[in-house]
Design a protein around this ligand. Structure first.
Ligand SMILES: Nc1ncnc2c1ncn2[C@@H]1O[C@H](COP(=O)(O)OP(=O)(O)OP(=O)(O)O)[C@@H](O)[C@H]1O
Ligand SMILES: [Mg+2]
Length: 320
């Protein structure tokens, strides 16, 4: 069997609303192998949900191809839907309000996947125990809290024991104990069932904990794709340069941001924060720009923490 579960090449998606166009995916390629958890990390609006929805056949890309479990998402969508598990980002509106959690789960397993009642019940109990959801199984969906609805959606995505699972921010609104149970389950599930999971998150520590591979995305483009170890060294081997002055002229800012070696630049109230691999390499060019514009601004150099560097890199990608 081919060991690649999910394979996407050159995906583009443009949303057009109210005369405005948003390039949500700008040439995204990604793959997930069986037995692997891939975390998709990126800030709000990065394109994570768009990508996951295309792979789960809920959205059609404008260009590019994707295969899930060997099936083409565009021409064999019905086959893809049969073999995947999907836990969407919007858990509030995702089930019948007037059925209990258990009834919803049973309905989903039996009507959509033809699983026997006994088998479905057994699986529901198993998953409820794993996530501490036993006492909520017989509550009406409408009466579940936000985090409980989210747990329900995760349980539903796993009920058929799918070999390929997409989870869009599974830990969103979960308390720390439940979030940790979900992370543990995801890791073991991929290992024990040789399943492929693509999980979106904003949380770098979560990505590090659960995944074999981390993909960082921002503004529809992939910034990094590698192991969490590689991500750590990619992100950690950076230094920061702070220019302490607010309202620096646009022209000077642009020149500084385009100095070769600057990975990203973010404007703050207190000035500009630059991330680079080697501050001493880029400083002479920055000083020369300031000098030629007759400016002598206070500058400081430091090393960034992992979390800070990540935030700056994904939040301040200067490419577009
Ligand atoms: N239905 C839509 N119509 C118009 N624009 C959209 C639509 N859905 C998403 N977008 C835009 O596409 C971009 C990508 O959105 P997407 O939901 O994929 O981001 P995300 O990474 O999942 O963000 P979040 O972390 O907030 O969930 C954003 O700029 C968003 O505003
Ligand atoms: Mg999203």
């Amino acid at each position: 069997m081919n060991d690649t579960a999910v394979e996407a090449k050159g995906l583009y998606k443009i949303y057009k609303t109210g005369g405005k166009e948003v390039k949500a995916l700008n040439g995204v390629s990604i793959d997930v192998k069986y037995g692997e958890v891939v975390s998709l990390l990126g800030p709000n609006g990065a394109g994570k949900t768009t990508l996951v929805k295309i792979l789960a056949t809920l959205l059609v890309p404008d260009d590019g191809q994707a295969r899930v479990g060997g099936y083409d998402v565009l021409t064999q969508g019905h086959k893809v839907r049969k073999i995947i598990g999907y836990a969407g980002q919007d858990s509030e509106r995702s089930a019948y309000f007037r059925l209990t959690a258990r009834e919803n789960l049973l309905f989903f397993a039996r009507a959509f996947h033809g699983i026997s009642k006994e088998e479905a019940n057994k699986r529901i109990e198993e998953l409820a125990i794993a996530f501490g959801f036993e006492s909520k199984l017989d509550s009406y969906f409408i009466a579940l809290s936000g985090g409980e609805k989210q747990t329900f959606v995760i349980i539903r995505s796993l009920i058929t024991k799918p070999k390929i699972v997409f989870m869009d921010e599974p830990s969103k609104s979960l308390d720390p104990v439940t979030a940790s149970r979900v992370r543990k389950y995801i890791k073991e599930y991929a290992k024990n069932f040789n399943a492929a999971l693509l999980v979106t998150t904003h949380n770098m520590l979560e990505a590090e904990e659960i995944s074999n591979k981390v993909v960082m995305i921002n503004k529809g483009k992939i910034l990094f794709n590698g192991t969490s170890e590689e991500m750590k060294s990619f992100v950690a081997r950076t230094e920061s340069i702070e220019i302490h002055k607010n309202n620096i002229e646009e022209e000077i800012k642009l020149q500084i941001m385009h100095v070769p070696g600057i990975i990203s630049a973010v404007e703050k109230d207190s000035g500009i924060s630059l991330v680079c691999k080697d501050a001493y390499e880029v400083l002479p060019s920055i000083l020369s720009i300031l000098k030629s514009n007759g400016r002598r601004l206070p500058i400081s150099v430091g090393s960034t923490t992992l979390e800070e560097a990540f935030k700056v890199i994904v939040g301040g990608d200067k490419e577009n």
